[in-house]
Write a protein that binds this ligand. Structure first.
Ligand code: IMP
Length: 208
């Protein structure tokens, strides 16, 4: 018998690849709305990762008529009052956002804002919330965090986003210097995915 399908609420093939790996053995075949010929566009209007993840998962479940999984993630810098937070993908400094900046420009904005902040006040974390929505069930959420510090200059070529300035103290490197398997084992997304796995397995069994 073929596996039931789970809609992954994203248009990003990279995310599909990453989640397919992280959720191996979940009991579902992962598909994107695009695989089903469905256009998926949701405005992330929530003020928390949890609210945005729920918004995306419930929209994808309704659009695709399938159980759906969405994630929302970002960087929280303590010295910046938790910014960029939910605005990480479009952070333009302070309370400004822009869809037109490159990741390199965003990294530079955070570095500029952190100029002069002493070592022990450079604490930060990546946070990821995964939401699982299924018709007739209450949406479930799980969370993962990855604690670190903001570096003084970018380093490393792996990963994406703010990885080049995210120091992983236990490794003495930035998360852009970690190989993907090591990053998955330590990261916010990896932790959230490991928590999501048994929820998905239970959901898949219930649909058999
Ligand atoms: P979203 O979860 O797809 O809405 O995007 C979250 C944004 O947070 C990304 O565009 C990155 O800027 C940032 N981010 C989330 N996770 C990571 C990570 O693992 N490394 C670097 N940046 C991240």
């Amino acid at each position: 018998m073929s596996a039931p399908r789970l809609a992954l609420a994203t248009n990003n093939r990279g995310k599909l690849r990453e989640f397919a790996q992280l959720l191996t053995g979940c009991g579902f075949e992962l598909v994107t709305p695009a695989d089903l010929g469905i256009t998926f566009e949701v405005e992330e209007t929530g003020s928390s990762f949890e609210a945005n993840a729920k918004l995306k998962a419930e929209a994808a479940a309704a659009l695709c008529g399938l159980p759906a999984l969405a994630d929302d993630s970002g960087l929280e810098v303590d010295a910046l009052g938790g910014r960029p937070g939910v605005y990480s993908a479009r952070y333009a400094g302070g309370d400004r956002t822009s869809a037109d900046l490159t990741e390199e420009q965003q990294v530079q904005i955070v570095l500029d804002e952190m100029r002069g902040v002493p070592e022990d006040a450079r604490t930060a974390r990546f946070r990821c919330v995964i939401a699982i929505a299924a018709p007739g069930r209450e949406t479930r959420t799980v969370e993962g965090v990855f604690e670190g510090r903001i570096a003084h200059a970018p380093r490393g070529a792996n990963g994406f986003g703010y990885d080049p300035i995210f120091l992983v103290p236990s490794q003495g490197v930035t998360s852009a210097e970690l190989d993907p398997a090591t990053k998955n084992a330590m990261s916010h997304r990896g932790e959230a995915a490991r928590k999501a796995l048994p929820l998905l397995q239970e959901l898949a069994r219930a649909r058999d």
